[in-house]
Write a protein that binds this ligand. Structure first.
Ligand code: FAD
Ligand code: UDP
Length: 374
């Protein structure tokens, strides 16, 4: 008889959600992670009294009531609202695209003036009725000027390919509105864990056996034999030993510095939207928690985020949901169906561009499905 009901590969948000819900249902679980810390890409760490997001800005936002109720068992959230700024060759604009952005660009002061200007901007692209790629989608939405200043450079740096080769849905993540509202996300709930992501994950995994620094693939047979089922949250192509070919990913490099000043950029996130600056964003971590006492210390921590090609050994931060990779991922999903005792979940195993709340939702659904088969 196996020691565990579930061996959970990965202590990110999918693995931690699955583990917690199963332990709530009296199941025996073991969580392993090849990294030395819990939390996957949401992990954070205290540096100089400031909570530093180790793998890029992570802002929690959701409209799912069940997800919000669930995650609030493990942390309170502060009232952070994401209001990023775009820096294009030294000029600053408000994001997401809203009346502040249109005023700064064109001097238009009312939604009607903005509508009229946008109609002119879009006029050249009316022939594109079904945008086939990100560039076409952006041009039909905002026209050429905004595309050049705020989208093209950022997007092509971020993905390392032409915007004409990217799927249109990626740009639909960037909101667009005719109001003076700089709040990036319109979800009902938004915030940053009041005591940091690390504490949130500690609470999620409280009382659960976790082994860090353990790579599933280094000891696959023995680890699998420990449990009735495996929950796998790593790369789906790696799980199948790349038998159908390799899926594409985009990687990142983070450069973090401690600066001897109180306030560096006045906001948590600035996007660099030109094509020359090698990084896409600078995050100043203390602004995620402006109401904390640590905000007043005379130091600050900033992280530059550089897009990077994915190579063996680097981290697969983003999946690339273009046609080729979606087709290949579908073929891997077919293979996955034959693995009766394995559940594939999370951004890498499902090969989907998921936000944190989608991941929790997917974890909660997976548990419900499992328990209904008991
Ligand atoms: P991960 O967090 O990747 O966790 C998977 C875990 O599995 C990792 O810890 C990994 O080490 C482990 N693992 C993998 N393979 C193995 C193996 N072979 N053996 C052992 N362990 C293994 N979402 C938001 O909602 N808001 C944001 O602001 C936001 N910002 C983001 C910014 C960036 C730069 C990135 C990359 C993502 C962002 N996201 C954001 C998305 C968010 O990070 C993900 O939705 C979430 O972290 C995915 O959780 P996961 O459990 O699927 O995967
Ligand atoms: N994007 C852009 N300019 C910006 C910010 C985003 O063109 O200043 C585009 C870019 O293609 C990016 C997509 O919008 O990949 C989604 O942005 P988001 O901030 O949601 O990306 P994430 O936080 O997931 O990296």
């Amino acid at each position: 008889m196996q020691k565990y009901d579930y061996l959970i590969v990965g202590s990110g948000l999918f693995g931690a959600t699955f583990a917690r819900k199963m332990v709530d249902s009296k199941k025996r679980v073991l969580v392993i992670d090849k990294r030395e810390q819990i939390g996957g890409n949401c992990a954070s760490k205290n540096v100089e009294g400031i909570d530093v997001h180790l793998y890029g800005a992570h802002i929690f936002h959701t409209d799912f009531e069940d997800v919000w109720q669930f995650i609030n068992r493990f942390t309170k959230f502060n009232n952070f609202i994401n209001t990023p700024i775009a820096n294009y060759n030294g000029q600053l604009f408000c994001l997401p695209f809203n009346m502040h952005t249109f005023y700064a660009l064109w001097g238009v002061k009312t939604p009607q003036e903005a509508e009229e200007r946008l109609a002119k901007e879009r006029a050249k692209f009316l022939h594109i009725t079904e945008p086939k790629n990100l560039e076409e989608k952006a041009l039909t939405l905002v026209g050429e000027e905004i595309y050049e200043i705020l989208i093209k450079g950022y997007t092509e740096k971020q993905w390392g390919i032409k915007a004409t080769e990217l799927p249109a849905f990626i740009i639909s993540r960037l909101p667009f509105r005719l109001s003076f509202d700089n709040n990036y996300f319109l979800d009902r709930y938004q915030g940053i864990p009041s005591d940091g992501y690390n504490k949130m994950f500690k609470n999620l995994l409280d009382g659960i056996e976790v082994k860090l620094g353990v790579d599933f693939f280094n000891n696959r047979a023995e680890l699998t034999s420990l449990a009735k089922k495996v929950v796998f949250t790593g790369r789906i192509d790696e799980y199948f030993d790349y038998s159908l070919g390799e899926l594409a990913y985009r990687s990142l490099k983070f450069e973090t510095e401690i600066l001897e000043k109180k306030n560096h950029q006045g906001v948590a996130v600035i996007n660099y939207t030109d094509s020359i600056t090698p990084y896409t964003r600078i995050i100043e971590h203390k602004h995620f928690r402006a109401s904390d006492s640590s905000f007043n210390i005379d130091k600050t921590v900033v992280t530059k985020e550089y897009p990077a090609p994915f190579t063996k050994g680097s981290e697969p931060y983003y999946v690339v949901n273009d046609e080729r990779n979606n087709n290949l991922a579908n073929q891997y999903r077919e293979l996955a169906k034959s693995e009766k005792n394995v559940i594939f979940g999370g951004r890498l195993a499902e090969y989907k561009y998921y936000d944190m709340d989608d991941i929790i939702k997917s974890g909660l659904d997976a548990v419900e499905k499992e328990l209904s088969m008991d």
